[in-house]
Design a binder for this molecule. Structure first.
Ligand SMILES: *[C@@H]1O[C@H](CO)[C@@H](O)[C@H](O)[C@H]1NC(C)=O
Ligand SMILES: *[C@@H]1O[C@H](CO)[C@@H](O)[C@H](O)[C@H]1NC(C)=O
Ligand SMILES: *[C@@H]1O[C@H](CO)[C@@H](O)[C@H](O)[C@H]1NC(C)=O
Ligand SMILES: *[C@@H]1O[C@H](CO)[C@@H](O)[C@H](O)[C@H]1NC(C)=O
Length: 410
C-alpha cells in the first residue's frame, strides 16, 4: 500500500488499497554436510533456506528434538548428541511485515547415534604367498557419506599388553576404502579407522587383523611340541618362540575371529591344556616388535582319530610321513588317507609316506580308521630355493614319481 503527503506540517492521504505480493520462496531445511545420520561429537549445521525475492526474513523452527534451535536461519550443532536427533521444520516471517509468513517447510530428519562407529577391517589373503600383494578393506557404516580412511600397522608393545599403531606410507586420509601392500614377506597386523568432516571426526580403530606367513626363515619362529597340527582335547601342547629376543608373547587368532594372548608363558614357552576353543592360528611377537611365522592348530574330540601332519611347510624334495592316531595309541594298520577329499592310499600300513614332496602334494589331508574320520589339515609345500632352475626341478621330478609308485605297490 501507499499514501501521499504534502505541506508543513504534513498532511497525509489515506492508505491506498493493499496489493498482496506472494514471495516465490518455499522454505527448505538442509543439512551441511548433507549427512542425515551422524555420530556423537560430530559437527553439523541445520539451515533454513528461502529462495527468491529480496525479502528479509526472521526464522522460526519446529522440532521434536530435545534441543531447540534459536530463531535464526542457521542452527550450528557443535559436538552433536542424541538430544539433537529429531525432525526439523522451519518457516520465514517477513522482517518488514511480521504477520506475513511462509508455509512450514517439509521436515528433515537428523539422527545422532551415541554409539561410536567401529570400522571392520578385512585382510586378504590371510596367508601370504610369495610375490602376492595383500589387500586391506575398511568397512564403515554409511559408506558413501564422506569418509576418508587411515591405515596402520600394528607394532607389538609387550609392556602395555597391547599394540601401538604406526601409519602406513601414504596411509593418511585416503579416499579409497582399500589399501594394497606389495612385497609383504612376514606375518603382520593391520588396523584402520575412518574420519570425516571439519573439524575432523575420527571413528574408533578397527580390531587388528593379520596376514600370516608360514615361512620359517625369519628372525623369529614358533615351534610346536608335539610337532603336529591336530591335537586331542586336554593334550599338553607347548608353543615355543625362538629367535634372539628376550621377551615374547604368543598370540592366537581363533576360528571365531577373536584375538588373545597366551596366559601361561614360561619364558618363551606357552603351555596349553587343549580345549576345542584352542583351535586357531598361533604366532609369536617379540619385545622388539618382531613377528614369527604362524602355524595352524586344530583341537578335536577324543572319539575320532587325529591326522599327524607337520605344522610347518615341507620343502619340495624332502620326505614326509603322515599318520593317524587315536587318543590312546598310534594306529598301525588299516588307515585310509585322503588328499583334497580323494582317497589316495588304502593299504595295510598305518602311514602315508611321501619320499620326495612336490608342489602338487600341497593341500588338505585327512585320515579315516574304522569308519571314523579325522579333521582335515592343510599341508603346505614350499619351493627349495628362489634360484631354483628349471633343470633342477625336472631332475627332482623323476625319483619322486618312482618312489610314489613303489609306495603303492607296498
Ligand atoms: C542430500 O542427501 C539427500 C538424501 O541422501 C539427497 O537426496 C540430496 O540430493 C542430497 N543433497 C545434496 C545437496 O547433496
Ligand atoms: C593354515 O590353514 C589354512 C587353511 O585353513 C591354509 O591356507 C594355511 O596355509 C595353513 N597354514 C600353514 C602354516 O599350514
Ligand atoms: C643376539 O643379540 C645380541 C644383542 O643384540 C647380539 O650381540 C648377538 O650377536 C645376537 N646373537 C645371534 C646369534 O644373533
Ligand atoms: C589339564 O586339564 C586336565 C583336565 O581338565 C587337568 O586334570 C590337568 O591338571 C590340566 N593340566 C594342566 C597342566 O593344567
Amino acid at each position: 500500500s501507499c499514501r501521499g503527503g504534502r505541506g508543513e506540517p504534513v498532511y497525509y492521504t489515506e492508505d491506498s488499497e493493499t496489493v498482496r505480493i506472494d514471495t516465490t520462496g518455499e522454505p527448505v531445511v538442509t543439512l551441511h554436510p548433507n549427512w542425515s545420520k551422524i555420530y556423537r561429537g560430530e559437527t553439523i549445521t541445520v539451515r533454513c533456506e528461502i529462495h527468491g525475492g529480496d525479502t528479509e526474513w526472521d526464522y522460526e523452527w519446529k522440532t521434536n528434538s530435545n534441543r531447540k534451535p534459536q530463531n535464526l536461519n542457521e542452527y550450528r550443532i557443535i559436538s552433536a548428541s542424541s538430544y539433537n536427533s529429531g525432525n526439523y521444520r522451519c518457516k520465514g516471517r517477513m522482517k518488514s511485515s511480521q504477520h506475513e509468513t511462509t508455509e512450514w517447510s517439509d521436515s528433515v530428519t537428523l539422527t545422532v547415534s551415541d554409539n561410536e562407529p567401529r570400522p571392520v577391517l578385512t585382510v586378504s589373503p590371510s596367508w601370504l604367498s610369495p610375490g602376492a600383494s595383500v589387500t586391506l578393506n575398511c568397512e564403515v557404516e554409511h559408506p558413501s557419506a564422506g569418509w576418508s580412511f587411515y591405515w596402520y600397522k600394528a607394532v607389538p608393545d609387550l609392556s602395555e599388553k597391547s599394540s601401538s599403531y604406526e601409519l602406513l606410507p601414504d596411509g593418511s586420509g585416503t579416499a579409497q576404502d582399500s589399501y594394497i601392500i606389495h612385497g609383504q614377506t612376514h606375518t603382520a597386523g593391520y588396523v584402520c579407522r575412518a574420519g570425516r568432516g571439519d573439524p575432523e571426526y575420527h571413528t574408533d580403530h578397527s580390531q587388528p587383523k593379520f596376514v600370516w606367513s608360514a615361512d620359517v626363515h625369519s628372525a623369529a619362529s614358533l615351534t610346536v611340541s608335539p610337532d603336529r597340527v591336530q591335537h586331542f582335547t586336554s593334550d599338553s601342547v607347548s608353543l615355543t618362540c625362538e629367535g634372539n629376543f628376550t621377551e615374547w608373547r604368543v598370540r592366537k587368532f581363533s576360528e571365531d575371529g577373536r584375538l588373545s594372548d597366551c596366559r601361561r608363558m614360561t619364558g618363551s614357552t606357552c603351555d596349553i591344556n587343549t580345549s576345542k576353543s584352542d583351535t586357531g592360528v598361533y604366532w609369536c611377537e617379540s619385545g622388539s616388535g618382531e613377528f614369527s611365522s604362524a602355524v595352524n592348530i586344530t583341537v578335536q574330540n577324543d572319539d575320532v582319530p587325529i591326522l599327524v601332519s607337520p605344522v610347518h611347510p615341507v620343502t619340495e624334495g624332502a620326505s614326509v610321513n603322515l599318520s593317524c592316531s587315536l587318543k590312546t595309541q598310534k594306529i598301525l594298520s588299516n588307515v585310509f588317507f585322503y588328499h583334497n577329499d580323494k582317497l589316495i592310499q588304502n593299504d595295510p600300513r598305518g602311514e602315508l609316506k611321501i619320499s620326495a614332496v612336490s608342489k602338487s602334494d600341497e593341500g588338505f589331508y585327512k585320515c579315516q580308521y574304522s569308519g571314523r574320520e579325522s579333521a582335515q589339515s592343510w599341508m603346505s609345500v614350499k619351493g627349495e630355493q628362489d634360484q631354483n632352475s628349471v633343470v633342477h626341478k625336472v631332475a627332482a621330478t623323476m625319483p619322486y614319481l618312482e618312489s610314489r609308485l613303489a609306495g603303492f605297490s607296498g
